[in-house]
Design a protein around this ligand. Structure first.
Ligand code: EPU
Length: 333
């Protein structure tokens, strides 16, 4: 393994932040990874770099996980288990599944990042989360080098959440993830209004048609990280009580919302940020995307700290205006 010194992480994070890694190594196999963590415990694991904001240099050994491969095995007549190694690009993996006509991940097309980090935040979009098709994952425990298998219950999935963001944060390296997908009789989910519009109310769309619709919707709203640095939704959509919601609705009758449970309502953070006047605003090279206020962007040379300062300013303003605390979704380093 070739350990490099003082490497810019700009090409390795979708925000395009120019932070420096003290050391950097690419790991190409599980045996290399095991060998590395047998001596080096204080590592910084780099996956697709699509859900983090680097506000400073990384004074550690940065490990780029380049584990590749996709395999499948029939579970029964209706289901197939598909396993992808952690370093597979998420969208390429989704396309692979669609090419085999395996159903369940098509709504998650075009999400940036790699398979290995997808369970950490239980990635989700357009009415689907990975917990819906998740079967199990394998992870190496950094302290012991042992492999552990986690099923869905072990992962404790929630909205943009899992055990890997909390109790087990930094303790494990996810090396492969298995999904249970449909072989036919797909349970498609096109409840999200924009999908139906995009599909022009087609009655039985194929997986490919659904994926194409999702791709078109995402491309129309979300900036392509190859063109403008970003990390997708910067904040989580806040969940508030029904009582708090009713007060807000009296003042803002048009407030968009989703019912989470009998007593909980989710409000789109993008709406709160837009109402607070930030949509499309630019402060130097840090900005708020013009088509989706939930996405903070790096126009070119913003520092992570500048993006973070903007995030804090947004949090303060939304708190003042709506008495709602926005929680940052991306991993701030
Ligand atoms: N809205 C605004 N202004 C904005 C943006 C949104 O008013 O600038 C309002 C609109 O009323 C809109 C509603 O918010 O109808 C919802 O917007 P959208 O459908 O774009 O979804 P979102 O709630 O803003 C979430 C996810 C996205 C995911 C979409 C679609 C979170 C934090 N974000 O965004 O996930 O693609 O739903 O399912 O839950 C990501 O995690 O990186 C991500 C992009």
């Amino acid at each position: 393994m070739n350990i490099l010194e003082n490497i810019s992480l700009k090409p390795y994070n979708t925000f395009g932040i120019d932070a420096i890694a003290k050391q950097f190594v690419t790991v190409n196999s599980l045996s290399e990874l095991k060998q590395l963590i047998s001596t080096e415990k204080d590592i910084f694991l780099l996956s697709g770099g699509s859900n983090m904001l680097l506000t400073k240099n990384v004074e550690k050994l940065v490990v780029q996980l380049n584990l590749k491969g996709i395999t499948s095995s029939d579970l029964n007549e209706n289901y197939v288990l598909v396993t992808a190694e952690a370093g597979e690009n998420w969208h390429n993996f989704v396309l692979w599944c669609i090419s085999k006509n395996y159903g369940g991940l098509e709504n998650l097309s075009l999400i940036p990042g790699n398979v290995g980090s997808s369970p950490i935040q239980n990635i989700g979009a357009y009415g689907v989360e990975i917990k819906d098709t998740f079967h199990q994952l394998e992870a190496l425990e950094i302290a012991t080098g042992k492999t552990h298998v986690f099923n869905a219950d072990d992962c404790n999935f929630g909205y943009r959440n899992s055990v890997f963001k909390h109790e087990l944060k930094g303790n494990y390296i996810i090396t492969k993830v298995t999904f249970k997908l449909t072989k036919h009789s797909h349970k498609i989910n096109i409840s999200y209004g924009a999908i139906q519009t995009e599909l022009k109310n087609k009655v039985a769309p194929t997986l490919k048609e659904i994926a194409d619709a999702i791709i078109a919707i995402r491309q129309s709203k979300l900036p392509d990280p190859k063109e403008i640095g970003n990390s997708g939704s910067f904040f989580k959509n806040p969940v508030i009580t029904v009582d708090a919601f009713k007060k807000l609705q009296n003042k803002y009758p048009e407030i968009p919302h989703y019912i989470v449970s009998e007593n909980e309502i989710k409000i789109p953070a993008g709406w709160l940020i837009e109402q607070s006047g930030f949509k499309g605003k630019r402060f130097g090279d840090a900005g708020v995307h013009e088509k989706q206020a939930l996405v903070l962007v790096n126009y070119k040379n913003a520092t992570g700290q500048e993006i973070y300062n903007l995030a804090q300013r947004i949090q303060q303003t939304v708190l003042q205006n709506f008495a709602i605390e926005l929680e940052i979704e991306v991993n701030v380093i």
